[in-house]
Design a protein around this ligand. Structure first.
Ligand code: HEM
Length: 184
């Protein structure tokens, strides 16, 4: 199994980034939706802290993943043109969400004057100065980006399952370490 992508197969690094980001993004969505509905408590504050820290991890990984993607081949999608356009549009949307969600989250905490402590190691500098009148706007944008990400995940997972179970092709299989083997 190779590290880099080929014209037909994803390499180990791209596969690792894909599944790590999938787990982190879904966990961040679930945590975000859960924590905002809790009554004010120590528990809520603790979960906000985790959400902010892991959200910054997503941002760092998004940068590394983007560098890896532009310095690599992207395996071809042997599909009708409209499916290629739809799939690529959703893939680019994911890259947008991977940056826009953490950055709008970072804007909320900066505008609120509540900076992010990165796992107790250091305090992440604010990107704007404290702006109480902008907090509501950034929260709204962050929330709607979260809903947009859920819609993109539903489309993406739905398409992957359709290819696997209805079209019976290798599109989903190649996102696993040895996509050539028909192990399932
Ligand atoms: C990929 C990363 C992220 C995802 C998927 C995500 C997702 C979400 C979601 C779904 C909510 C609930 C919105 C609602 O229903 O009102 C939320 C809330 C929140 N997020 Fe994030 N978030 C991410 C990153 C971040 C980062 C990096 C920060 C801060 C540095 C952050 C700060 C916040 C805050 C403060 C709230 C609470 C807003 C409120 O109290 O209304 N998020 N997030």
């Amino acid at each position: 199994m190779q590290l880099k992508n080929s014209e037909t197969q994803f390499g180990v690094v791209a596969i690792f980034f894909h599944w790590l980001m999938a787990v982190l993004l879904i966990a961040m969505l679930a945590l975000g939706l859960y924590m905002v509905r809790l009554p004010v408590s120590i528990e809520k504050l603790k979960l906000y802290g985790w959400h902010k820290e892991y959200g910054m991890v997503v941002l760092v990984l998004a940068v590394l993943r983007s560098i890896w993607r532009v310095s690599n081949l992207v395996p071809e999608l042997a599909l009708p043109w409209w499916e290629v356009i739809a799939a690529r549009a959703v893939h680019y949307a994911f890259y947008g969400f991977m940056f826009a969600l953490p950055i709008t989250g970072w804007l909320i905490t900066s505008a609120s004057g509540l900076p992010v402590s990165f796992f107790g190691l250091f305090v992440v500098p604010d990107i704007i100065s404290s702006h109480p009148d902008l907090i509501h706007l950034f929260k709204k944008i962050h929330k709607w980006l979260g809903y947009g990400l859920i819609a993109a995940i539903v489309l993406h997972v739905g398409a992957a399952l359709k290819h696997h179970f209805i079209d019976k092709d290798d599109i989903l299989r190649r996102m696993f370490a040895d996509g050539s083997k028909k192990f399932w």
